[in-house]
Design a protein around this ligand. Structure first.
Ligand SMILES: C[S@@+](CC[C@H](N)C(=O)[O-])C[C@H]1O[C@@H](n2cnc3c(N)ncnc32)[C@H](O)[C@@H]1O
Length: 274
């Protein structure tokens, strides 16, 4: 098993991370090394991102790439990295191998094994979207999760009461993981394979969550929705500095106004509503 680590300049680390997550959607280990931040992935040779792709993703922020052969405790380390998170005092997202929360905490539990897909629940972008979802109040009919990854947002929505719920992702691994996770959590959601860049207007429902990076959100804003635009759109995966442009794009084309903006680290999520 190999640990592939990439060190990047601290000042550009969040931007490099956004690019790296496209190559390693299940997430990366993060180690603070002072002036630099190290991001690492684990895997067998051949399963890891290609070095030229990694270098391109890190761009000018790149300081060093290292590979280390590691002992057989990699699975334990990887598991250690997927920590449970509690969101808004109401949701508890944990991997299957973590202990459930104490019953007295009365948390709505979501068990997610991301496998090869993005979405342990712990990434700032996912947390912001989950918080925004909780803030919407009473569930209101149908919800679509664009770029569903492990299914964490779609499953949370179904558990909170949205119905029907549809998740869409262009990664086959994500579709498989989201379906497995839905079953694991005992919720009925539909998960479809689809590429938002190829499929024309995005499918729409009264509520849409889209934890996508800026270019894809811009694409959705420009190519529009099949049918009525959503009444509420949660747009995540944005760097703080990108949020104004995305809010403006959905306001101009779909009449959606900014109702809420939440930020964590370098990331932002918008709640836009008609
Ligand atoms: C930042 S992850 C969000 C995953 C999950 N919704 C969460 O919040 O943790 C973005 C997801 O969008 C998917 N994605 C990226 N490009 C896409 C495209 N063109 N069409 C459909 N899905 C796409 C990725 O595979 C990934 O699962």
């Amino acid at each position: 098993m190999i640990r592939l680590a990439i060190r990047v300049a601290r000042a550009d680390a969040e931007i490099a991370l956004a690019e790296l997550l496209e190559l390693a959607p299940a997430g990366v280990e993060e180690v603070d090394r002072g002036d630099t931040i190290e991001y690492a992935v684990y895997g067998a040779p051949g399963e890891l991102p290609a070095l030229p792709d990694l270098r391109a993703a890190a761009g000018a922020a790149l300081v060093e790439v290292t590979t280390t052969e590691i002992a057989d405790d990699w699975a334990a380390r990887w598991r250690d990295f997927h920590k449970p998170v509690t969101i808004g005092g109401r949701l508890h997202v944990r991997p299957p191998w973590a202990e459930p929360p104490a019953a007295r905490q009365r948390l709505l539990e979501i068990v997610i094994d991301p496998n090869q897909a993005f979405g342990t629940g712990a990434h700032d972008t996912t947390r912001l979207c989950l918080e925004a979802l909780l803030e919407l109040g009473e569930p209101d009919g149908a919800l679509i999760d664009l770029g569903c990854g492990s299914g964490v947002l779609a499953i949370a929505a179904a558990k909170l009461g949205w119905d029907p719920v549809l998740g869409i992702d262009h990664e086959h691994e994500a579709v498989a993981a989201a379906r497995e996770n839905a079953e694991r959590n005992g919720v009925q959601i539909e998960v479809r394979h689809g590429d938002l860049l190829q499929a024309g207007p995005a499918p729409a429902a009264a509520t849409v969550v889209a934890n996508l990076l800026r270019p894809l959100l811009e694409h959705v804003a420009h190519s529009g929705f099949a049918g009525e635009p959503p009444r509420v759109l949660i747009a995540g995966g944005l760097l703080r500095a990108e949020a104004d442009a995305i809010a403006a794009a959905f306001a101009a084309r779909h009449g959606l106004r900014e109702r809420d903006r939440r930020e964590r680290g370098e990331w932002a999520a918008l709640t836009l509503a008609r």
